[in-house]
Design a protein around this ligand. Structure first.
Ligand code: ZN
Length: 322
């Protein structure tokens, strides 16, 4: 636990943050200010409450339908609010050289989520009025230049989202990209050797390498679909094309390439690939990683460990007959 616990920010301070933010965005009177304008400054759970308080004081006009999700609604600073900001003395903030903004991000060098220092931040915004009777939709592209607190690697995080894109809890939901895209996960030696070999199963491993490349490049949907295709290629190579995936898995198990437990895990890999192909399923990085690890484990068992254990068995001297 950190020795310097962070002080809880008060409603009074949050009101000033929101009011000052709406003052700075007052040119935008036609469209108002939204939670997305304060996403880095105000917790989403507090935003509606703070805006209601400012509305009660007549400092902003606040519009939020009854029963709205947290963070929804928009506000416009009033003349009273503008007067308050313009008459308030500018408070000199003490410089705290030890304090730097941090965020959680996927470090491409660690290949995992890490705490990262925000070295620079930029935001691009585009307002598009789709419906004359509704507020326009704002599209955002935020870029953060980050430094991993674990390995000191520097990288760029780009987040794209819009006002309409909220998850089930009313929180902003966007796509996240990282540059550079590679992760520190070299292709295992046994896959490289198998894909470069002249064996008839080499195409299975060439496809697997492409899946790993897609994964390391951040193309998780593609890697999820690809993992299922690699599995299908491997099964056909061993037991010929038996029809449906279910039939192929049955044949694969009957030929003793996999156990009943393996089959249950592979069914999930097949279903994830199917859902990605036909049901707009967008798996997360960790979900795709799991699918790939399962496929790799099975293929290593079938193509590498099985022949190696056969060879080992033959090399062991037989027990002496008594
Ligand atoms: Zn790192």
């Amino acid at each position: 636990m950190s020795s310097c616990a962070q002080r809880e920010i008060t409603d009074s301070e949050l009101r000033m943050i929101v009011l000052r933010g709406m003052y700075e965005l007052r040119e935008r009177q036609g469209e108002g200010c939204y939670y997305q304008d304060f996403v880095d400054k105000v917790p989403i759970a507090a935003f509606s409450r703070i805006c209601s308080q400012l509305g009660e004081k007549g400092l902003i006009s606040w519009h939020s339908p009854a029963g709205a999700l947290p963070g929804s609604g928009f506000g416009v600073i009033t003349a009273t609010g503008v007067d308050l900001i313009e008459s308030a003395p500018v408070k000199q903030q003490p410089v705290d050289s030890n304090r730097q903004e941090t965020t959680r991000a996927h470090c491409p060098n660690c290949g995992a989520e890490r705490e990262a220092l925000v070295l620079a931040f930029d935001e691009k915004k585009e307002v598009i009025p789709y419906d004359p009777d509704a507020p326009p939709i704002c599209f955002y592209d935020t870029s953060k230049f980050l430094k991993c607190a674990g390995c000191n690697f520097t990288f760029l995080q780009k987040v794209s989202w819009n006002d309409d894109a909220l998850d089930d809890f009313g929180r902003p939901y966007g796509s996240i990209e990282y540059f550079p895209k590679w992760a520190k996960e070299p292709v295992p030696e046994w896959i490289l050797n198998a894909s470069d070999s002249s064996e008839k199963h080499a195409p299975v491993f060439q496809k697997l390498r492409e899946v790993l490349f897609a994964f390391e490049s951040g193309s998780y949907w593609l890697a999820c679909v690809g993992a299922r295709s690699v599995l299908e290629t491997a099964m056909i190579e061993k037991v010929t094309d038996k029809g449906t995936f279910s039939d192929k898995l049955d044949a694969y198990q009957s030929a003793s390439h996999i156990t009943a437990t393996d089959k249950e895990q592979l069914k999930i890999v097949v279903e994830a690939g199917h859902a990605a192909t036909h049901r707009s399923f967008h798996p997360t990085r960790e979900q795709v990683r799991l699918a790939i690890e399962i496929v790799c484990r099975i293929l290593q068992g079938v193509y590498i460990h099985a022949p190696q254990t056969d060879a080992l068995k033959k090399s062991i001297p037989p027990r002496r007959q008594t």
